[in-house]
Design a protein around this ligand. Sequence first.
Ligand code: FES
Length: 662
Amino acid sequence: MVQLTINGKQIQAPEGSTVLHAAKMAGIHIPTLCAHKELAPYGGCRLCIVDVEKWRVPMAACTLPVSEGMVVHTDTDAIKKSREFILSMLFSERNHFCPFCQVSGGDCELQNAAYDEEMTHWPIQPGWSNFNVDTTHPYFVLDNNRCILCRRCVRACGELVGNFTLSAAERGAASMIVADTDIPLGESSCIKCGTCVQVCPTGALIDRTSAYQGHDESLTEIKSVCVGCSVGCAVKVMVRNNRIVRIEGDWDGAVNHGLLCEHGRYHPVADSRTRITAPQMRKNGKLEPVSWEEALGSLADKLKLLSGDKNGVAAIASTRLPVETLAVFKELFAGNFKGALVTSTEEGMPTAVVTDFAEKNEAFEGKLDVLRNADTVLCIGANIQKSHMVAGFMFKRNLSKGTRLINIDPEDSELDDLANVALKNKRGSDLDLIKGLQAIIVKEGLGRSPLEISDTEGLIKKAVSATNVPLEELTQTAQILARSISPVILFGKGITAQRDEKLVEELYRLAVLVGAVDSERHGLISLKGEANSMAAALLGLDEAFKLNGQKAVYVALGDDYASKSLVERVSKAPYLAVQASYESSLTEKADVVLPVTIWAEQDGHYLNLDGHTQQAQKSLTPPENVRDNLVVLSEVAMRMNMTTKSDWQKSILERKSSVALN
Ligand code: FES
């Protein structure tokens, strides 16, 4: 620890920390603009200048490391004057009439900084040449006239997301933020995650839908969890008049640390599906609105008749539902209906083999955080850029710093362009490929732990012929992986959907061989599927949904999308009950439709892919006649005199988890 004094206060700060960080820890405010807690110190705006005794000139606190005995002053008259001058320069450079702007109302960091300095005007004449406003992007607008060139957006796009779409072009007063080679944002390589907008301290990058929808102080902020995939990003849902104005990544989020992808940030706000607002029953071949009493009564009567029938009921639930709801769903159907087929909409595709392997081997998977320090990432059967984008950001950002990427996928993937090696093996040849890599590593003596392989040559030959990948490429892959210090292996549905536990076993052996997994590190991770994929697996809702003449099917869909294959399979059922939030080709075929809450209208817990249990908070009040998913299942149970007193925390511990839960 280093001892220093700031504004007369004795402070201890960790070695290597900045004066800004030390001041913050001691509760001393130093104004900033270009600094951001998730970005590397930059020192561009100079607003954070402080006086250090015995130093000739003021220094930027955000880039100044603490040193023993340092004496710092943040609020001298000279510093205040300099700060005002810096702000005056910023105001004059572009279209910043912050002191008079009524639109930002506390949301603009530049305006806030000026008010903090009690500035009502500035003495320098504005003089800037107009920049074109880029409105080509579907979700946000780039207005260089309001930019202060703090480059937070550029740094976030590169340092956090690893996309490197944004940069600064030109020099001096003509400097401007551009996309790629100065092409319109909407035509650029932007992946629409919106991180640049979230970090922009002014109005240079503004959200198309939420801009001018009210100041932050008139919005209610609710901390919740994105249910777009199993990464489980923490979000802040900004609500006004029972409507989501925008969604932001929560910088305090344990998994995503503030980042979101297009699905998490923009899709829920732009959802244009039609809500179901009243229960419906099929009468004379047509769905008609009915009361809850009538719908639940008739459903319960139907189900009661089938409770003892071995081929009576099949039930399937979405993995986007909270774990509390999934646990009650399981208890209701698996516990009370003899021989019922009870599963989830993922049918165990991303999880069944992983959980089966864990049952025999304890928790073998790691946490996503290992990706941050990986020097090699091997992605196999995982199109992470599409399915679990934020997990991809965690290593994409390091590719330019030397982290190597190996992508193994028979399908074309956006990762191919980023990869040092992209192997296009023949579909179905993954097992031979993995064993071939093991054999090459053992043959070349590169393994970090012993692995008994009797016929290395035979396995290598088989790998080449089965995969159609040349020996040189397999060898290069094996060498990169084995020579890494902190490798991580990520696998996705391309592997798990094959439902071959041997694949997971051999991947595990490969991970141990190259040191991705040892007593200290857990660098083997499966991406799983939707938000509660993991919870569904632990509850045993991972069977294939093969209908076998069941007389009734119950689908707890919530706000999920019904796949074409699900609709086809259930449409032949003699009786179909669907609890859903939106109209779809599935609800069209139902005999009874129960309108239920969407994710933002219900409380509940989600267990993400690396074992974090997080709570989603209710952000909106549902429409009047719409009921909570959990309540509906409980009401069905009640009408059938069945019990559903599920303790979900206990239920998810009934199976061994593939990753440590926390
Ligand atoms: Fe320190 Fe910008 S916040 S220079």
